[in-house]
Design a protein around this ligand. Sequence first.
Ligand code: NAD
Length: 265
Amino acid sequence: MFENASMVEVGKRVVLVTGGGRGIGRAIALAFAAQGCAVAVTGRTRSYLDHVADEIRRLDASALPVACDVTRRQEVEALKAEVEGSLGTVQILINSAGMAPAAAFLDMEDRLWEEVFKVNLTGTYYCCKVFLPGMIASGWGRIINIASTVAKVAYSHISAYAASKHAVLGLTRALAIEMARKGVTVNAICPGYVETEMTLSNAKSMAEKTGKSVEEILELFKKTSPQGRLIDPKEVADLALMLASTAAGGITGQAINVDGGAVMI
Ligand code: NAD
C-alpha cells in the first residue's frame, strides 16, 4: 500500500545547526523550524544568532541561540548541556560552520592552514564526538556535514580549504560505516558557489587581487556552473531536509552535490 507521506517528513526533532547565524546555516535552521523542529543555532557572533532565533520563533518553532566556537571542545560540551537542558537530545546535527580563505600555497602562513583545519575539520569532529552518543542512545540520528564540491575536486589558491573538505568527506564516510547499525546516518552536502557572505567576501578579495570588479568575479563564479548561476542557500537547506527525513534512512556515507551540474563525481 502506498502511503501519502511527505518526502521531507522529519518529525518534531531537536536540531543543532553550527554556523547557524548566517548563510547556509541560517537557511537550514529556518527550513527545519518550518517543519516544526526545535532548532538550536550556534556560531561565534551572538547578534546574528539572536536574529536567526527571532526568525525561527516567528515560524512558531522553539529556538535556542548559543554562542560557541566549535574549535574548542569544552565550549562544544557546554553547548550540549545547554541544548539538552533547554530543548532535549539533539537528533539532527548540521555541521555548517566553516571558513574558506584563499591563499597561494607558498605564501600561505602555517597559522592559516592550522586555522582552516581547526574550524572545518576539527570543529566538525568535536560536534560529531559530543552529539553522537545522544543519537545512539535514542536509536535515531542524522549528521549532515556541509562540505563542498571542493571535497571532491580542487582549484588553485585553496589548498587548505580543499584539503580540509576532502578530510570532512573521509570523516563522513568512515563515521557512516561505524554508525550504520546504530540508527544514525552520516552524509555530506557538497555545494558549489552559494549566494552567501562567504562567496561575496571571496569575490571581493579576488577583485582586489585581479583588478576586476566584484560583479565580474561573480559572473566568473556563475560560469563555472552549467546552470550559469549561484546556488540559493535554500536549495542546500532543502537537501538537508531530505537527508534528515525518515524516507532517507537508507542513505548514508554519501556526498551529494548542489552545484548546478559543475562537478559530476
Ligand atoms: P558564511 O561565512 O556565511 O557562514 C559561516 C558560518 O560559520 C558563520 O556564521 C561563522 O560565524 C561560522 N563559523 C566560522 N568559524 C566558526 C567557529 N570556529 N565556531 C563556530 N562557528 C564558526 O559561510 P556559508 O557560505 O554559509 O558556508 C557554510 C558552510 O558551507 C561552510 O562550511 C562552507 O565551507 C560551506 N560551503 C560554502 C559554499 C559557498 O559558496 N558559500 C560552497 C561550498 C561549501
